[in-house]
Design a protein around this ligand. Structure first.
Ligand code: SLL
Length: 154
């Protein structure tokens, strides 16, 4: 496939996590006894825009303490919902739509369970959701023609 010269196509997205301590009155029944939080890690479009026309699948690699630590998500929402007790680095591998001919790209996200800063104690008591997310852009330099057409609606 021919490349479109001197052109870069970029797409913005959000990746990150949301976490919350269990409600002590009703812990999830199937959660191991040492787990304290529920959380999710995700990759999504800005304002929840559908990004599945360029993002084919996402592979999340959790801490090795998790059974089946590698989780592959092939359809939106690109997310993993879990419970746990500890914070760790999550490897996020983005696979692009096959027309792109692009190699996967890897990102890292630090799962945050615990609030920090002046309000941290109050947040814990109120069991507020701890959000840690980042804006990112993927850039495709000189994309192949079919992918360029897909991206630009041509
Ligand atoms: C820590 N370095 O010591 C980190 C490790 C591991 C987190 C955190 C439970 C996994 C499971 C879980 O939360 N692991 O029980 O399946 O803080």
């Amino acid at each position: 496939n021919k490349r479109v010269k001197a052109v870069s196509v970029f797409r913005p997205f959000i990746f990150g996590s949301e976490a919350q301590p269990f409600d002590p009155e009703k812990r999830p029944a199937n959660a191991p006894v040492d787990h304290t939080h529920q959380w999710r890690v995700f990759v999504k479009g800005i304002n929840d825009e559908d990004i599945s026309y360029w993002l084919k699948k996402v592979q999340f690699k959790l801490h090795e303490t998790y059974p089946q630590a590698v989780r592959t998500v092939e359809t939106p929402p690109f997310e993993v919902v879990e419970t746990g007790w500890g914070e760790f680095e999550i490897q996020i591998k983005l696979y692009f739509t096959p027309e792109s001919g692009e190699k996967p790209q890897t990102l890292w996200h630090s799962l945050k369970l615990h609030p920090y800063g002046p309000d941290a104690e109050g947040m814990k008591e109120r069991r507020e959701v701890v959000i840690s997310q980042n804006y990112e852009e993927v850039i495709f330099n000189e994309p192949v023609e079919p992918f360029y057409d897909l991206m630009t609606g041509g």
